[in-house]
Design a protein around this ligand. Structure first.
Ligand code: PLP
Length: 394
């Protein structure tokens, strides 16, 4: 039998799949038994309480997706049609799409090499040299004549951005900060929990994130009144269920009780999942030291605690391998590996968006391979992945 036939008999190792168990089943059964399956129910309230708690803040709003949470947050923080919103180009396209859904346009910036998050120095320089203040107080991007409405740092791979520096800039220029923390639940920044680092912080609970609700998202922040506004706007802006009076153009961005039922069971296991993610990362980092001339591993800055959402390798030009070479080889070994985000400024809908030079992102993005990192990845399966990767470079 050939090697490939051998491997076909081995179960396929998936990239990032959820771990669903008895707790989720029990909660889902309760939704059915109680007949609370839609947008109200005890699990939604409970999930919001738990989400606030793990974020270190008083309140949270459960929403239908990370994307819709970002959209609503931009609107609540005053981003208007025509505005620019400062965004790192190296992110999942949903961050940019949420900005577009608010009628605004991303103003795209490079990332820093050591954290893969927004390069705040470049933002500072651009704000100094490329904007001016109008007599009525608006901050205008001179070249396009557009108002700058907000800053949206992204916590890449679960690594918080340089939030002290972002906060200083935001204060100096009077800009609100919306953090795209889609995959970052559980990380901390200089010992501080995530929820109060930005004006509003948005999670995703899509199936490939550290905890999932099937599909869903969450918004957290330190200002409880602002969170009430998020809740109001994402639930059709209806002050009371006693009447069909609506006081604004709201959204239907609610999470269902079924989704929150899964979320409640998942969030109880957050510590377990975070530990698994970290253990997986350490094992890859350790194993690939042997091929450090050809690949490096993902960043893990010392001054903040990453949530280690995804793990993988970055190919050096000296390796002579492309991402496809590696993913094809792993596929033959029945292992799922994938490329990672293509920067927003290289995406068809955003080619015209104002973009600062993005040297780091341009050089980095098509050298990244993500490797299996499901929280239920077995040690022997990870060994299989490691062996398959080492084989590619031997
Ligand atoms: C997953 C993700 C999103 C989108 O979240 P959805 O729940 O799929 O809408 C946004 N931004 C980043 C950085 C993500 O990783």
């Amino acid at each position: 039998m050939t090697n490939t036939e051998d491997n076909k008999k081995l179960e396929r190792i998936r990239l990032a799949v959820p771990s669903i168990g008895e707790g989720e089943r029990k909660n889902l059964n309760k939704c059915v038994d109680d007949e609370f399956v839609s947008t109200v129910g005890e699990f939604v309230d409970e999930f919001e309480r738990r989400l606030a708690k793990v974020s270190g803040v008083e309140s949270a709003v459960a929403v239908s997706a990370g994307t819709t949470g970002l959209h609503a947050s931009l609107v609540v923080l005053g981003v208007k049609p025509g505005d620019l919103v400062i965004l790192p180009t190296f992110t999942f396209i949903a961050s940019a799409n949420a900005i577009s859904h608010a009628g605004a346009t991303p103003w795209l910036f490079d990332i820093s090499e050591s954290t893969w998050t927004l390069n705040v120095n470049k933002v500072r320089d651009a704000l100094e040299t490329k904007t001016k203040r109008t007599p009525d107080g608006d901050l205008i991007h001179v070249e396009t004549g557009r108002r700058v409405g907000a800053i949206m740092p992204v916590y890449t791979l679960g690594i918080p951005a340089d939030m002290d520096e972002v906060g200083e800039l935001a204060k100096a220029y009077g800009l609100p900060v919306i953090a795209d923390a889609a995959a970052a639940i559980g990380c901390t920044y200089k010992g501080r929990p995530l929820g109060a680092l930005a004006d509003l912080t948005v999670y995703s609970f899509n199936g490939n994130k550290t905890i999932t609700t099937g599909g869903g998202g969450g918004v957290v922040g330190a200002n409880t009144d602002r969170l009430k506004t998020v809740k109001h706007l994402t639930t059709t802006a209806r002050p009371s269920t006693a009447s069909y009076d609506h006081d604004a153009i709201g959204f239907n961005y609610r999470m269902t009780n079924i989704e929150a039922a899964v979320g409640c069971a998942q969030i109880e296991r957050l510590e377990e999942f975070l530990k698994a993610k970290e253990r997986i990362r350490r094992a890859y980092d350790e194993a690939f030291k042997a091929i450090s001339a050809m690949v490096t591993t993902f960043p893990d800055p010392e001054d903040r605690m990453s949530a280690h959402w995804f793990s993988g390798i970055v190919l050096h030009p000296a390796s002579g391998k492309s991402v496809k070479d590696v993913t094809d080889a792993l596929d033959k070994a029945n292992i799922e590996a994938r490329p990672f985000w293509k920067p927003v400024h290289l995406q068809k809908p955003y080619r015209e968006a104002p973009t600062e030079p993005c040297v780091v992102a341009d050089d980095l993005w098509d050298r990244i391979v993500t490797l299996p990192c499901s929280t239920n990845l077995k040690a022997e399966d990870q060994d299989r992945v490691i062996k398959a990767v080492l084989d590619v470079f031997s």
